[in-house]
Design a protein around this ligand. Sequence first.
Ligand code: HEC
Length: 164
Amino acid sequence: MKRTKLNLIFMIGLAGCDSQKSAPSEKAIPAAISQSSTAERWYGMDQVKRGGELYQETCASCHKPDASGTPNWQELDPQGNYPPPPLNGTAHTWHHPLSVLRRTVNIGGIPLGGTMPGFADKLNKQQIDDILAWVQSHWTDEIYTIWHERNLQAGKSLQLLNKG
Ligand code: HEC
C-alpha cells in the first residue's frame, strides 16, 4: 500500500519536472504529496554552512559539488560497481533514516560490496552531521517531510527491537 502510494508520488514528480534531462528513470524524482504540514528541519543553518565546506573537501569528488551524483546511478559501471548516486533528494538517499546515513558515511559502502570509502577516521560525529545537514538542505520540503516520517518510524522500530 505504502509502496503504491510512493510510486504514485514518483510519477507525479517526474511529470512535474522539466529540467531533468539527465534524470534517472522512473521512481527517482518524488515531488508533490498530499502532506498538509511540513516537517521542521533537525539542523540549523550554521551546520549547513560548515557542512558545505566539508562536503566540498570530502565528498564532492565523487558525488559532485552540487550533490547531483551520477546521472545513471542505477546502472553498474564496466567494473560491475554502482557509481556515486545523487544525494540531492532525486535518488535513494531519502529512503534512509539518519542513523543509516551516519553509518554509511562512517563505514562507507565497501562492507556491503560497494566502493565508497568510510570516513570514521577522518570526520568526527559533528562533522558528519554537518555534512548530512548540508546534503539534506538540498531536499525539497516534500521529500524532507516523507523522510522525516520514515526516520521517526525507524526510531520507533528500533525501540521496539531493543525492548524485545
Ligand atoms: C570515492 C568516491 C566516494 C566518496 C569520496 C564519497 N562517496 Fe558516497 N558513495 C559512493 C558510491 C560509489 C556510493 C554507492 C554505494 C557504494 O558503492 O558504496 C556512495 C553512496 C553514498 C550514500 C548512500 C546513498 C543512497 O542513496 O543510498 C551516501 C549517503 C553517501 N554516499 C554519502 C557520502 C558523503 C556524505 C561523502 C563525504 C563524506 C561521500 N559519500 C563520499 C562514492 C563516494
